[in-house]
Design a protein around this ligand. Structure first.
Ligand code: HEC
Length: 101
């Protein structure tokens, strides 16, 4: 009896954990971004990759636009991210640089 209660508790804990992982994960987004996106932006922006997101004439100015641009760039570099990975990167870029709603 005791054992099955423990098992149930563990299962519901695991379920909760897998649900929270569905929320966008900015730290994971940063990792993905730095692996696949940083080098090219860095050479474009003469060694200052972040300025592609913060320059005054930047192209993206809405959350929708950011989603589209992240998707476009990850397609063109063949990163093959899943939707939740794209959302993690959008979350990272938005909370760190764009701050759009
Ligand atoms: C091979 C080069 C290259 C790689 C790799 C790359 N990008 Fe880009 N990215 C560009 C170029 C070029 C632009 C447009 C710059 C311009 O218009 O001045 C851009 C622009 C952007 C912008 C819009 C910046 C703005 O003006 O607001 C975002 C967002 C972006 N990239 C995200 C990503 C993400 C996410 C990745 C990784 C999957 C990525 N990029 C990888 C070349 C690249």
């Amino acid at each position: 009896m005791q054992t099955s209660i423990k098992t149930l508790a563990i299962i519901s804990l695991l379920t909760m954990m897998s649900q929270t992982s569905l929320a966008a994960d900015s730290a994971n987004g940063k990792k993905l971004h730095n692996e696949s996106c940083l080098a090219c932006h860095s050479s474009l922006m003469k060694g200052k990759p972040d300025t592609i997101y913060t320059r005054s004439d930047r192209q993206v100015n809405s959350l929708d636009g950011l989603q589209k641009q992240v998707n476009r760039c990850q397609n063109s570099v063949g990163a093959n991210w899943f939707d939740d990975q794209i959302q993690d990167v959008v979350e990272y870029l938005n909370t760190t640089f764009y701050k759009t709603k």
